[in-house]
Design a protein. Structure first.
Length: 115
């Protein structure tokens, strides 16, 4: 089995989408990484997928960053899935469970992708 995990990033100020197997993380003065909360979450997700692939020999994992305008990101998701000939595509869900136990919309953009 081959797992392709796409990290969807909003493209700002350019017309062409970008797919990258690795995107350089910003470093601080002593070479330490200065990651935003979002970048830390993404790093944890990437590490989880990599650990999953290392745990099971029959599974290969490849994580990719897809930088695209939200208006066309659905096309990039489709094209990536088609190119990789995927059997299953899992998309980010646009709702999250609140502390009160109610589903709340967290990202209108992801809602539009899911439709």
């Amino acid at each position: 089995m081959h797992v392709f995990a796409l990290h969807l990033v909003e493209l700002i100020g350019s017309a062409a989408a970008l797919v990258a197997a690795y995107m350089e993380k910003p470093c601080g003065p002593l070479g330490t990484q200065n990651l935003t909360k979002s970048q830390e979450e993404q790093e944890n997700i990437n590490n989880t997928f990599e650990a999953f692939g290392e745990t099971y020999d029959a599974i290969r994992v490849q994580t990719l960053d897809v930088v695209s305008a939200y208006a066309t990101i659905h096309e990039d998701i489709y094209n990536s899935a088609n190119e990789k000939r995927t059997s299953l595509t899992i998309l980010p869900f646009h709702k999250q469970l609140s502390s009160e136990g109610v589903l709340e919309t967290t990202s209108v953009v992801y809602r539009d992708i899911n439709l």
